[in-house]
Structures are given as C-alpha cells and as structure tokens.
Ligand binder design. Structure first.
Ligand code: UD1
Length: 407
C-alpha cells in the first residue's frame, strides 16, 4: 500500500505554481466525447483522476495523446460501449458519461460512479435533467431517440447535474434553459470549452440558455486548480512559514481569502501571485456554500489549522455531512465534536501519527497535520491524495518539507 512518510516540524517557505484544475479538466475530457473532432486542452494536470478519465474515453474509441500538459483528443470515430466498472467506480467524474453518452449515442447504461464517498452522493438531479429533456429512464438505462429542448429547474446548485444538463441540452432540438445552475469556475470552464467547440450557450441570471448545436473539436487552456492553490496557502500558517502561490489571484477564491483574513492570517496580492504569511489571531469560522461561497473542497484542510491555533467552527452547507476525515486527524491529536452539518474543532497538541488518508481532501488535511507535528508520521492509502494533487511530493519538498512518497 502506498504511503507518505513525513518528518514534521519544518517551516515551509517559497513559491509554488498550482497545476491545472482537476475539476475543470475532468468534465471537459468527458464532454469531448459529445463532440466530433479534435480537441486541444492545455494545462491538464497529470493526476490519477485524469489518467482514469482518459482510459475511460479511450474505451469509447477516442484517441488521446499527451505532450507535456497538453492533451489532444480525437473523437471522430467513437462508438458506444459499456465502460469498465472498475474504472467508472474509481472516479466521481465518470458520472459525466451520462451527459456525453446520451448526447452523442442516445443511450447510457447506468453504472457505479466512484470518487470520494465522504457521504451519500445521489444522481437524482442528473436523471431529472435527462428526463426533462425527454430521455427515458429505467433502473439501468437512460435512452433518448430524440431529445427536445426544455426548461430545467434545479432546486439547488449541483456542479455535476449542471454539467450533464448542459451537455445533453446541446443535442436537444430547439432551445433549453437551466435555472438554479451551479456557477463554479469549472462549470464556466466547461462552457468556454463547449463554446469553442461550436456550442450556442448564453449565460442568463441563475443559469444558462442553450440551443442545439453541432459540436466539433474545441480548445481551452485550463485554469490553475483553486483547491490545490488554497491548500498550499493554508500550509503557510500551518507550518509557520510564508508561501507564494503563483497565478492564484484570478481564481475566484474571494470568500476563502475573506475567511482566512478574518481569522488574522496575512495575505498580499502582487499581480497574479498571492502570498500567505502569519498565524491566525482568533478562532476560525468556516461556512461552506456553493460558489461564490467558501469551497467545501477546502473545508477539511482548515481543520488542522483550527486545532493548531485557536480552534474553530465549521458549518458544512454543501454536503449533508463531510466530517468522517476528522477520525483520521484524531490520530494526530485533533480534538473535535460533530453535530450533523456542524463541527467544532478544539485547540489541540498535535503529535506524529500513523494513519490512513480517508479521501482526497481529508488525506491532504492529514498531511498538513503531519507536516506540523514534530517527528515521523506515516499516512497510508496515499495514492488517493495523488488523485487530485499533481507532483505533491516534489512541490512540498521544494517548499522545504521532509516528505517521502512510496508506492
Ligand atoms: C463536485 C466536485 C466535488 C465538490 C462538489 C461541490 C467534481 C468531480 N467534484 O462534485 O469535489 O465537492 O462539486 O462543490 O467536480 N446533489 C443531489 N442530487 C444530485 C446531485 C447532487 O442532491 O443528483 C446534492 C449533493 O448531495 C450535494 C450538492 O447537491 O449536497 C452538491 O453536489 P454537486 O455539486 O453535484 O457535487 P459533485 O458534482 O458530485
């Protein structure tokens, strides 16, 4: 089993450049299946989830070439197939096959979608979007001989359901509107890619207007990963260091910046670069919300900081509960109490530990604890962290961390 060995207690200082966004790259890779042509995607991170996504679309006949961080995807000769369950059940983004297969092939056989199962992750809104456009849905199959434009009203924003609705609506006759859509930067990135591929999509208040479009290959340079950027920013106060994250000023992290400056952490922005320094001066209050709120994917990484300094409160408003990772942090001495969607994290003495990465972001939080606890820690199941953090070991080392990854 893979593990990270961390010799904690070192101050992390220096500059870091986040890789391309995972959550923008994945929907675009799957959406390329709904296009007929050659797409060029720049700044695509070489991480576990992206490798799996590529294998899945290759099983549909897509030809994919990687040159550095650029992916070239040829979807001119794709065909429908039942994708390998072992692959679809290992990443959440495989649920984007619903949209691209229904749009391109008129059919999709439902399979198990994986990813971080920190709580129940339903797909009822994805199916609702397909049904609104006229698809027929049984317990194992979605089929659509002809989709028809419709108004789709979501009662809460869902990144995945919005993405699938957008892709399917492009193949539906006439005009569709999505209301209550998610507006995360990665949803906007998908829209930009689809527009470059010939899509007729217009942003409207609370959603999108879409007209049926023939899609050819598209191009996009993927933005840096906002969650990776935020994780490195939190590592500065966690290790009493000073870290500059390059190209991070444009990443729509305003509510994250507001929350950490409210706690007393210093931030300075010079051009596109963000430098984080200093320590919290008071307890943290983190309230997650759909974009532009505090990103839920940066919630687990704040708990280590709370425990090292003045404690804090987390209100989780995106997922029903997202606190199972706290068990793993408990091994380092993190003390906490959870009450459904709220957690209280108390000031605690952190010491080295041997533990498991429970999921991607919870695993990053465990590494954060290990980096500050003086002595040797081991975090097993470490490959789950590399699903979302590109070159994690070498980037941490460049900042001065004493860390070793073993497969
Ligand atoms: C995406 C991200 C994930 C992030 C999440 C919220 C990817 C690959 N994953 O996940 O990292 O934590 O956005 O920013 O981009 N919901 C339903 N029914 C549905 C779909 C969602 O009730 O059919 C609910 C979920 O239970 C959750 C909320 O909607 O409470 C938001 O989920 P959603 O935005 O869909 O998350 P994902 O797209 O799965």
């Amino acid at each position: 089993m893979s593990y990270f060995k961390v010799f904690g207690g070192k101050r992390l200082c220096g500059e870091i450049e986040p890789s391309g966004s995972k959550n923008a790259s994945l929907p675009i890779i799957f959406a390329s299946l709904a296009t007929c042509g050659i797409s060029e995607l720049k700044n695509v991170p070489d991480i576990g989830d992206v490798r799996v996504a590529i294998k899945i679309i290759e099983s549909f006949g897509a030809k994919v070439k990687r040159a550095g961080n650029t992916l070239c995807i040829d979807t001119r000769n794709v065909f429908y197939t039942m994708p390998d369950k072992a692959l679809t059940s290992s990443i959440r983004a495989s649920s984007y096959l619903i949209g691209s297969c229904v749009a391109r092939f008129g059919v999709f056989h439902l399979s198990e979608f994986g990813g971080c199962n920190f709580c129940n992750r339903p797909i009822d809104m994805h199916l609702f979007a397909a049904a609104s456009l006229g698809a027929e849905i049984s317990s194992c199959e979605i089929s659509a001989i002809r989709l028809a434009g419709a108004k789709i009203y979501f009662d809460k924003p869902s990144v995945g359901a919005t993405i699938n609705a957008l892709i399917m609506a492009l193949s539906a006759c006439g005009e569709s509107e999505i209301f209550g859509a998610a507006k995360e930067p990665h949803v906007k990135a998908l829209v930009d890619y689809l527009i470059s591929a010939g899509a007729d999509i217009e942003e409207i208040p609370f959603g999108y207007k879409i007209r049926k479009s023939e899609l050819h290959g598209g191009t996009l340079e993927v933005l840096p990963d906002m969650i990776e950027a935020g994780t490195y920013m939190l590592l500065a106060p966690m290790t009493e260091g000073r870290i500059t994250v390059r190209n991070a000023a444009k990443l729509e992290l305003d509510s994250f910046f507001e929350t950490i400056t409210d706690a007393g952490i210093g931030i300075s922005i010079h051009g596109e670069d963000v430098t984080v320094y200093g320590e919290p001066q008071r307890p943290f209050l983190v309230t997650t919300a759909p974009h532009p709120g505090y990103p839920t994917d940066l919630q687990p990484q704040t708990a280590p900081l709370m425990s090292k300094y003045f404690g804090g409160i987390i209100n989780e408003n995106v997922w029903q509960s997202r606190f199972s990772y706290l068990d793993s942090l408990g091994a380092f001495g993190v003390r906490y109490k959870t009450m459904s969607s709220r957690a209280e994290v108390y000031h605690s003495k952190l010491y080295p530990a041997e533990t498991f990465a429970p999921d991607l972001r919870g695993g990053a939080a465990a590494v954060m604890c290990a980096l500050t606890a003086r002595g040797e820690s081991t975090i097993k199941n470490a490959e789950i962290i590399l699903r979302g953090y590109s070159d994690f070991e070498s980037k941490l080392r460049r900042l001065g961390a004493n860390v070793l990854y073993k497969e």
